[in-house]
Design a protein. Structure first.
Length: 127
């Protein structure tokens, strides 16, 4: 209220309304439209490639593109582990990826990797 102290409800209401309405007014500015933009469209074949299941080669390439020793998961497994044991784990990884692609949901079993047991008794843990 321009530096004046206001204590009565109605003038407080008016002062607050006046202050914030001046800050949140919609201005009538001309905004660009997308009417004249020409976006490239995908062919039927190109569109189909966006929804096809992942191949083993694609998944392997994605794993190998990741740094081996960064960002371990909640279970401590990093991409170095997946690379080292790729042949042994490939089928399980592909089943997981295929299930996710088919349903758009993580499998129930993945929840078990998000649990970390924290000991309540620290005696004997310090060396």
């Amino acid at each position: 209220a321009d530096g004046l102290r206001v204590e009565v409800v109605q003038p407080v209401h008016q002062a607050v309304f006046s202050h914030f309405s001046s800050h949140f007014r919609a201005s009538n500015t001309a905004r660009p439209t997308v009417d004249d933009l020409h976006f490239r469209t995908l062919s039927f074949v190109e569109g189909g490639s966006l929804v096809k299941p992942f191949s083993v080669e694609e998944v392997r390439a994605a794993v190998w593109d990741c740094d081996s020793y960064k960002s371990p998961g909640p279970d401590g497994i990093n991409f170095g582990f997946l690379k080292e044991f790729w042949l042994e784990m490939r089928d399980d990884i592909m089943r997981f990826i295929t299930e996710f692609h088919r349903n758009g949901k993580l499998t129930k079993e993945i929840n078990s990797t998000f649990i970390a047991l924290i000991p309540k008794d620290f005696t004997g843990m310090a060396n």
